[in-house]
Design a protein. Structure first.
Length: 364
């Protein structure tokens, strides 16, 4: 029997596929993806950005392949990185075939612009020949013209019909190593499309709210859309699409998963918004701690609460806790137990040290 059943998410059962050495679907962890925004032909810059995304925790990275020079660049790029690369393909099916030959682990194709079923079959053959997976990437902004004529506008039925047509095409060609997305910039449309698709197939689903916006607005929009689906057990890999540094996409993705106890990575800080009761400057303290602890990859929970109203209760739920106290007598807790009093000017130094000690304990 679970201790807190209200926190349990029953994930939808799906097939398991492979993107390089990363498993997606089934009982595999929900993966976090991002995409480079460098020119793929600028090999040095692209490798540098992929390394930054790897360091941030990206499990998979997508790279745009608009032309033959870009697909050719993949040969050099994949030699220098460790994460699987998804080649982002639009319009020309030959780019997908070239990307498969040059080391891509997955081919993202858009049914709305890739062309005829014969072209898709050529892509499937290349995926088989070079051990690639495929993502069927349906997007409300680029639906097939026939579907737009039929439904008059992007709607859940249109997105799912596009996905189902391509699923059938994959299966007819005895290809099953694929995942699917039905993205929209409209949260309502995206959620309903994914819900409908989850009812008619058991392939892994790649979640995302496409073109979500800037760092703050896009993160909030994505959290609502992706979060609702994850709470229902839908979703096997995610990408938070932001008009921001791609590293921020990875950070936001992990925060969504951490909030739902679906992945754990780095320091999770529980902190109050601060008020007149605060015994130390909470906002500045949290900001500094986030910066100083950003390199930590091992999961550690930390509460920073400015007064005794909720401080002891939150400290009881975290590995390291700090509660503000009068006359500069702030109280540190370890695993919910009062440990020592600490003045405000020593908070940063002490907590950073305790977190690093906790990391060492966990990695021994």
């Amino acid at each position: 029997m679970e201790i807190r059943p209200y926190r349990s998410i029953k994930r939808r059962k799906t097939k398991t596929i492979k993107v390089g050495n990363v498993s997606i679907g089934g009982d595999s962890p929900i993966t976090v993806q991002s995409m480079t925004n460098t020119l793929t032909t600028d090999i040095k810059s692209t490798i540098k950005q992929i390394h930054q995304l790897e360091e941030a925790g990206a499990d998979i990275v997508r790279v745009s392949c608009p032309d033959e020079n870009s697909t050719s660049s993949l040969k050099e790029i994949v030699k220098e990185i460790s994460v699987p690369i998804v080649a982002d393909i639009h319009f020309h099916h030959k780019r997908a075939i070239e990307a498969a030959k040059n080391g891509a682990s997955c081919l993202r194709i858009n049914p709305g612009n890739i062309g005829t079923s014969e072209r898709v079959e050529e892509i499937i053959k290349a995926a088989k020949d070079y051990n690639c997976s495929i993502r069927i990437g349906v997007n409300a902004g680029s639906l097939d013209k026939l579907l737009l004529e039929k439904y008059k506008e992007p709607c859940p039925e249109a997105l799912v019909e596009s996905a189902k047509y391509n699923i059938d095409l994959m299966e007819k060609n005895n290809f099953f190593n694929f995942k699917i997305s039905v993205k929209s910039s409209d949260v309502f449309l995206a959620i309903k499309s994914y819900e409908k698709l989850s009812e008619v197939c058991d392939y892994p689903l790649h979640l995302g709210i496409t073109e979500a916006g800037g760092l703050m607005s896009g993160s909030i929009k994505s959290s609502i859309g992706i979060g609702q689906l994850l709470l229902k057990g839908i979703g096997d890999t995610i990408r938070v699409s932001l008009s921001a540094d791609p590293v921020e996409e990875v950070k936001a993705g992990y925060e969504i998963l951490k909030s739902l106890n679906l992945r754990s990575r780095g320091v999770t800080i529980i902190s109050c918004p601060s008020c007149a009761r605060q015994a130390f400057p909470v906002i500045d303290t949290v900001k500094i701690l986030e910066e100083k602890l950003s390199h930590i990859k091992v999961p550690v929970t930390l509460s920073i609460i400015g007064c005794v109203v909720n401080g002891p209760g939150e400290a009881a739920q975290t590995e390291i806790g700090l509660t503000g106290g009068g006359q500069d007598n702030n109280l540190l807790y370890l695993s919910g137990v009062p440990h020592t009093k600490i003045p405000s000017n020593k908070i940063i130094e002490k907590i950073v040290g305790l977190v690093e000690e906790k990391v060492k304990e966990k990695t021994l």
